[in-house]
Design a protein. Structure first.
Length: 100
């Protein structure tokens, strides 16, 4: 009789555990906005020779598709490789790679 009572209590307890309403979880969404980087577009022919040389040396299969400059004479370059991949590089006026 004790076993029957124990089984009945366990069964009832486990069934009520599944019958509880789930909690509503509110997810917070965080949006990050990137500020304007103050680069203005220039012609690729207006790039300093040191920057053009750095691209051709380090990325021989790359071609500069767009170029931008800011007030600190830092250059933002959009480079396309032969296989179609594109990337953005940053360089100073002396052709040294920088991270922004």
């Amino acid at each position: 009789m004790k076993k029957l009572f124990f089984v009945a209590v366990l069964s009832f307890g486990s069934l009520t555990a599944f019958a509880q309403a789930g909690e509503d979880v509110a997810l917070e969404t965080t949006q990050t906005a990137i500020a304007q980087d103050d680069f203005s577009e220039i012609e690729t022919s207006d790039l300093p020779e040191a920057v053009s040389t750095a691209v051709s040396t380090d990325y021989p299969s790359g071609a500069i598709s767009k170029a931008y400059v800011n007030k600190q004479e830092q250059y933002k370059l959009e480079v396309t490789l032969e296989d179609g991949t594109t990337g953005t590089l940053y360089a100073d006026k002396d052709g040294n790679w920088i991270e922004l």
